[in-house]
Design a protein. Structure first.
Length: 184
């Protein structure tokens, strides 16, 4: 099964924000950065007394939000500046992997590397533990039923890969002792 699409600014922004919202480890890292920054700004708010630390946290949160917002928008604009042929993506589902195919490159994500698959209002998100996720925007489909069918097939293939309990060992004659053969 496959879907071919060219993401719009809205698709990329919506899916990037959803991915950020779902990543607890990113929020924990941001909280640590904000707290460290708040300790460095705290002395500037000493005249507020006990409110100096909350004021410093608020200021640092606003600064980090602004930085994050600018960086996300610049990355999206950078991606959209490419010619349409380079932005066009075909996402292919196979028994082995979730694959994004672009004009100049192919990104393959084996099912065993996937930690989570989510469906959000027509968008399909595939997450790896500790790495960037992939998405297929709702605009890749003609209607919600097609999107749901693609999601269900993604989940089915992912679950099938998780359920594999025994992999057949390779029968390499140069390896001693030879691997056990099944059904003999």
């Amino acid at each position: 099964m496959e879907a071919t699409y060219c993401s719009t600014y809205g698709d990329i922004l919506r899916c990037a924000l959803y991915s950020l919202k779902c990543r607890r480890e990113i929020w924990m890292r941001l909280a640590i950065i904000i707290l460290i920054g708040a300790f460095s700004y705290r002395h500037q708010f000493a005249h507020l007394g006990w409110l100096s630390f909350p004021a410093a946290v608020l200021l640092e949160t606003l600064i980090m939000t602004a930085i994050f917002g600018v960086v996300i928008h610049l990355l999206i604009l950078w991606r959209l500046m490419k010619p349409v042929a380079q932005k066009r993506c075909t996402t292919r589902l196979s028994a082995e992997a979730f694959t994004d195919i672009y004009e100049s490159k192919t990104k393959t994500l084996p099912w065993i590397a996937i930690s989570e698959v989510r469906y959000n209002q027509g968008d399909i998100h595939v997450f790896q533990k500790g790495k960037d996720g992939k998405f297929v925007p709702r605009s890749a489909f003609n209607n919600r039923q097609q999107s749901l069918a693609f999601y269900e097939e993604t989940v089915r293939l992912w679950n099938a890969a998780k359920d594999v309990r025994y992999l057949t060992p390779s029968q390499d004659s140069s390896v001693w002792p030879p691997a056990p053969q099944t059904g003999v």
